[in-house]
Design a protein around this ligand. Structure first.
Ligand SMILES: NC(=O)c1ccc[n+]([C@@H]2O[C@H](COP(=O)([O-])OP(=O)(O)OC[C@H]3O[C@@H](n4cnc5c(N)ncnc54)[C@H](O)[C@@H]3O)[C@@H](O)[C@H]2O)c1
Length: 266
């Protein structure tokens, strides 16, 4: 029997990368998972490969999506034990070139979306949980950029820093519901966001618009060398760190930011 047998989970941005690896990790441990993603095709594909999983394609920047996802989980499962707020992307710019649209988009996906999912979850918890309830887990995804900053990542870093405040506050508010609330701050992880490009950045389509993503081979080499372990993380490494915050062994850890960066501290 897996550690998460009988548990119900929601993972946002679970169609690819860290979210997809997390949905699989939680499922392998016995949980049934709501697989949210902006892109319906990948959400459906991931859910189809996991027993009892449910695809939930939806745009988290739509103000109604947080409520809808929690309602779907309750309708499908009758409860919700684990929420992983993972969805996100990068839209680079130095401050002098950053538009209001870029700034707003980064804060919208990285902090407002997490807020709306958790507000909806909190409204359900208030009526259904107290200190004697089975323990529940929230894991919010931050980044080393949110802790240390990074050039051309002003809005992204601000959003990821805000995740820390949200996490620490909810850890204090939700102890009375027996919910732990932690963040995991990743260093470079090998996903679409860090995919190697030869001469020009790779393009990810996010909400129908092109976003430059990826790293040059030189940046990847630098990221590999920056880690005492000599490599950037895999999506599975990242999912494992999230998993640690979901299992019973972390039941007395709350309000923390787990740095999962292969030893990179700046
Ligand atoms: N890859 C890294 O090096 C790294 C480092 C630190 C933090 N992170 C964070 O990890 C999380 C996952 O990133 P990843 O590297 O797996 O990227 P990814 O692009 O592989 O996956 C992110 C997923 O989020 C989804 N998504 C984006 N906007 C959405 C929206 N509005 N609604 C629903 N889904 C949406 C995308 O469609 C995509 O499938 C992000 O929050 C990212 O900021 C990544």
């Amino acid at each position: 029997m897996g550690d998460l047998e009988g548990k119900f989970a929601l993972v946002t941005g679970a169609g690819r990368g860290i979210g997809a690896a997390t949905a699989k990790k939680l499922s392998d441990a016995g949980a049934r998972v709501i697989v949210n993603d902006l892109d319906a095709d990948v959400a459906t594909e991931v859910a189809a490969g996991l027993p009892g999983a449910v695809a939930a394609p939806a745009d988290l920047t739509d103000p109604d999506t947080g409520d809808a996802l929690i309602a779907l989980a309750l309708e499908q499962f009758g409860g919700l034990d684990i929420v992983v707020n993972n969805a996100g992307y990068i839209w680079h710019s130095a401050i002098h070139n950053m538009t209001d649209e870029q700034w707003d988009a980064m804060l919208d996906i990285h902090i407002s979306a997490q807020f709306r999912v958790l507000r909806a979850y909190g409204r359900w918890l208030r009526k259904n949980a107290d200190r004697s309830s089975d323990i529940r887990k929230v894991v919010n995804i931050s980044s080393t950029m949110g802790l240390h900053g990074g050039p051309t990542q002003l809005a992204y870093s601000a959003g990821k820093a805000a995740v820390v405040g949200l996490t620490r506050t909810l850890a204090k508010e939700w102890g009375r519901f027996n919910v732990t609330v932690n963040a995991v701050a990743f260093g470079a992880i090998d996903t679409r966001l860090t995919s190697p490009y030869a001469t020009e950045p790779n393009i990810a389509i996010v909400k129908g618009q092109e976003r430059k993503v990826g790293l040059s081979h030189q940046q990847i080499e630098e990221a590999n060398n920056a880690s005492p372990l000599g490599r950037i993380g895999s999506a599975e490494d990242a999912a494992n760190a999230i998993y640690l915050m979901c299992i019973p062994e972390s039941n007395w850890i709350t309000g923390e930011v787990l740095l999962a960066s292969g030893g990179v501290r700046s």
